[in-house]
Write a protein of this length. Structure first.
Length: 316
């Protein structure tokens, strides 16, 4: 295989590759990445997206792209067509990408969360010193969720009030998410949960960019306490015409165990059924046993695997 920087590649040469990737996402994840792929092609055409395309006999058979933020590098994808999902192909593509990223970017941390599509990525990432975290992609069919009247307030604590998502409270939502992940395995996996500022940037991207699906404000909700303090949030996005994603659900540590998470989930499920969605997905770290167990108790089942990798080093 030959590897070419994405900034030197004609985007038209990636069309068939991305079409196969899109089929894989739809068939295996019920997730249509078409809008994200349009952005990828646009940024490749503008020579703005760092990464590499793998070619064999003039045909694009794989690609990576990455982003950098402060001292953190984020590998957005590593994809190979089905005919080239061999260990050595993975190693070669990853080697080319990481060598460039480390050479030209000042980073001390690398992160990747990748759907493997049948590729065993662990040996290749382990070769470069990455730590592996097992994550599960879960699915729940909404047909087994009874439609219910929206309660508006929490039945156990009348001092809490449920309300629709509003961007006016995005600052408070960032505090809830950052606090909710404190001390969790997910904070080790994703550096965006480490500070209020990075959480705020993450949230703004989530509601404005299609990376986690198209944001659905009509199925996203917040909970306020008696002092109008934002205490819990759930953010939902569309993956396809029939499938939604719980992109975020978080409750302030001092309010956990009161049923706020259940109220947020129930209201989101009800809204999604009313909007015509038939299933909803989410991802969870296997080591986050409390969340993983709860999701299973409310009807989510394992659907696919999501591989998370983290590398720590010293900035060059």
């Amino acid at each position: 295989m030959e590897f070419h920087p994405l900034i030197e590649v004609d985007p038209s040469l990636l069309t068939d590759l991305l079409a196969e990737e899109r089929r894989d996402w739809i068939e295996e994840l019920s997730w249509d990445p078409g809008e994200v792929q349009q952005l990828i092609l646009r940024y490749v055409g503008q020579r703005l997206l760092p990464g590499f395309a793998a070619f064999e006999e003039g045909r694009a058979v794989g690609y990576t792209y990455y982003l950098t933020r402060d001292l953190v590098g984020i590998l957005g994808t590593l994809y190979l067509v089905r005919t080239h999902r061999r260990h050595q192909a993975v190693v070669d593509l990853l080697t080319t990408t990481l060598d460039c990223l480390r050479r030209f970017s000042r980073i001390d941390r690398l992160e990747a969360q990748i759907f493997p599509f049948g590729i065993d990525l662990i040996p290749a990432f382990a070769h470069f010193g990455f730590k592996y975290y097992r994550r599960h992609y879960l699915r729940k069919f909404l047909s087994d969720f009874p439609a219910a009247n929206s309660p508006g307030v929490l039945h156990k604590q009348q001092s809490f009030r449920l309300m629709p998502w509003t961007e006016e409270l995005v600052d408070g939502a960032a505090i809830v998410i950052q606090s909710g992940y404190a001390g969790s395995i997910d904070r080790e996996i994703c550096s965006e949960y480490a500070s209020y500022t990075s959480c705020l940037v993450f949230l703004r991207n989530l509601v404005s960019n299609p990376g986690c699906g198209k944001f659905l404000p009509q199925a996203s909700f917040m909970i306020l306490d008696e002092n109008e303090l934002l205490s819990g949030v759930i953010l939902v996005s569309q993956l396809s015409a029939a499938t939604a994603l719980i992109a975020q659900i978080s409750v302030l540590p001092g309010y956990q165990g009161l049923g706020l998470g259940s109220l947020l989930m129930d209201r989101a499920f009800t809204a999604l059924k009313e909007l015509g969605y038939s299933q909803v997905c989410l991802s969870v770290s296997e080591q986050n046993q409390r969340a993983y167990t709860w999701y299973q108790q409310i009807g989510f089942q394992r659907y696919q695997e999501l591989m998370a990798f983290v590398w720590h080093g010293q900035a060059a």
